[in-house]
Design a protein around this ligand. Sequence first.
Ligand SMILES: NC(=O)c1ccc[n+]([C@@H]2O[C@H](COP(=O)([O-])OP(=O)(O)OC[C@H]3O[C@@H](n4cnc5c(N)ncnc54)[C@H](OP(=O)(O)O)[C@@H]3O)[C@@H](O)[C@H]2O)c1
Length: 334
Amino acid sequence: MAGPLPSSMRFIDMAGPGGPEVLTLATGPVPRPAPQEALIRVTAAGVNRPDVLQRMGSYPPPPGASPVLGLEVSGTIAALGTEVTQWREGNAVCALVPGGGYAEYCLAPAPQCLPVPKGLSIVEAAGLPETFFTVWSNVFDRGRLKAGESFLVHGGSSGIGTTAIQLARAFGARVFATAGSPEKCTVCRDLGAERAIDYRQEDFTAVVKEETQGRGVDVVLDMVGGPYVEKNLRSLAVEGRLVQIAFLQGSKVTLDLVHLMMRRQTITGSTLRPRPVSDKAAIAQSLCEKVWPLIEAKQIRPVIDRTFPLAEAAEAHRLMESSAHIGKILLTTG
Ligand SMILES: NC(=O)c1ccc[n+]([C@@H]2O[C@H](COP(=O)([O-])OP(=O)(O)OC[C@H]3O[C@@H](n4cnc5c(N)ncnc54)[C@H](OP(=O)(O)O)[C@@H]3O)[C@@H](O)[C@H]2O)c1
């Protein structure tokens, strides 16, 4: 049994939109689960780029979500809503949450919880949900990447990138990745990229063309946008799919659609957070069936750059904004 719930907890409060200094440790009430929710005693929470955008005021939480930052947690179930049947108090889980992760206790819709894979620590499991849900739904559901196809991911050393390289490779694709330094490129290759492209030194369009004998890749996962969009389309094969998940260099572009038409290409994209629980439950089920066994077999692992105590959330954000990290940044409550 998980024991009685305390009435108060520590969490990271946000004084208002601004720099990392707006994040401070505060005390508030422990939330209580609605009928279909689990309350998780948080061991660790993932820090994601969308948290930085929310802190700056440009990515507000969807209606009903906690205003506290944090889109993924791991820990043990402390209490269950009256309609939850698939979990027990004390179960070790990781969960995709609509907000509220930077705290000692966090609510999660029960279908968005997954067991901590065997062989991973509870802390490591906090690095799974946001990137694995995002990569699965965008690369395999929307992008329809198949074994034998080729795949290019930008930001290869990011949390999303390190996950995308490993998953695409594990499911039989040829993988290319871009990253911003030789050290980051080495990590991309170690994770399974056949060719890592240092975009500060090389033109990725030219490299992809050469590596694929002019054919192009089948799927591109892009978080950069802006000038990359046209270059991505030039790097795609006939019937290729461009999946847009962010736009670090701008969301507005001018395109000549002739190329897209002649090569029968598709541009798509999605953002995970506002999707309904039923969509996220379906992604969770796919991950549990198809990906968790690969983690347990040690074919895939979350790449963790650094953990910070919860109280140092501002430092964690400074590291993320420096882009010096490789893989995930986590906050721990212990
Ligand atoms: N649509 C969705 O559902 C969804 C869900 C989660 C995350 N995302 C997005 O996916 C991206 C990655 O998220 P993450 O949490 O993995 O973040 P992250 O680890 O901080 O990765 C972002 C990476 O992008 C590169 N980068 C930063 N600024 C750049 C710029 N101006 N131009 C080009 N590259 C830049 C950096 O690598 P280099 O040093 O190699 O440049 C950095 O490591 C973010 O943009 C995030 O908003 C989308």
